[in-house]
Design a protein around this ligand. Structure first.
Ligand code: C5P
Length: 227
């Protein structure tokens, strides 16, 4: 059974979507609601884990018994995750992290001018999930024992997901089938979980808590296997 199978474990979950500031009032953001990440945090806590939830711009109340660290940008999320994983057994990166951020943030609100607007120059954000995988591959702390990520794919779900799992060096990749009113901002989700050294696990459409519990089943199985 699942009851308290994560007792004594510390797990880190990221949730929501980062905001990359353009000026004091504007940002580049995404539509992630944080619902799936919060479901992961809630279910892990219910199974006895100590949970650190790194929440980016989520309009949801803190889940009971969970330590919540609120962040805004990808760089802040990276810092909070790296700090939290120092003594963690597992990390599940459910946050939608912006791939790019404005190269510079204007200190004052950008004004309308009659002339052509300035372009917003973007630079690449660090890939936090890939960084954790790389740390583990190279034996450089901090990295947790089990590393899981999420990916939204529209086509060639298995092939693209498999390539992403390998590229990021994670153990589990939860691949959402986007479209058809699933995933973003909805209570339901459907996914296939790709497993680094195993068969994919299909999760039929259902509540985000049910999907979260399957993810923890797979995490718990990896934590419990003999070294
Ligand atoms: O590459 P893609 O954005 O599809 O990968 C999604 C996964 O990678 C998610 O688990 C997300 O949290 C993580 N990610 C990250 N840092 C980034 C971009 C994505 O950790 N800069």
């Amino acid at each position: 059974g699942r009851a308290l199978d994560l007792a004594g474990r510390h797990v880190v979950v990221s949730a929501g979507g980062t905001r990359e500031a353009i000026d004091p009032v504007r940002f580049i953001g995404n539509r992630s609601s944080g619902l799936q990440g919060y479901a992961l945090a809630r279910t892990a806590a219910a199974r006895g884990a100590r949970v650190t939830l790194v929440a980016a711009n989520v309009a949801l109340p803190d889940p009971a018994g969970v330590e919540v660290v609120r962040v805004e940008s990808a760089l802040q999320l990276r810092e909070a995750v790296m700090e939290a994983v120092r003594d963690a057994d597992a990390v599940v990166m459910a946050a939608a992290v912006a791939d790019f951020r404005p190269a510079a943030r204007s200190d004052s609100k950008i004004k309308k001018t009659s002339a052509e607007p300035d372009a917003v120059h973007l630079v690449k954000n660090p890939d936090i999930l890939a960084e954790l995988g790389e740390h583990r591959r190279e034996g450089v702390k901090p990295y947790p024992e089990v590393i899981a990520g999420f990916a939204a794919e529209t086509d060639d779900v298995l092939a693209n997901g498999r390539a992403k799992l390998a590229r990021k060096g994670c153990d589990l990749l939860v691949v959402n089938q986007v479209g058809e009113n699933l995933a973003f901002g909805t209570p339901d989700n459907a996914a296939v979980v790709l497993v680094a050294d195993g068969d994919p696990v299909e999760i039929p459409r259902g509540p985000k808590d049910a999907l979260a519990d399957v993810v923890w089943d797979l995490v718990a199985a990896r934590l419990d296997r003999p070294a």
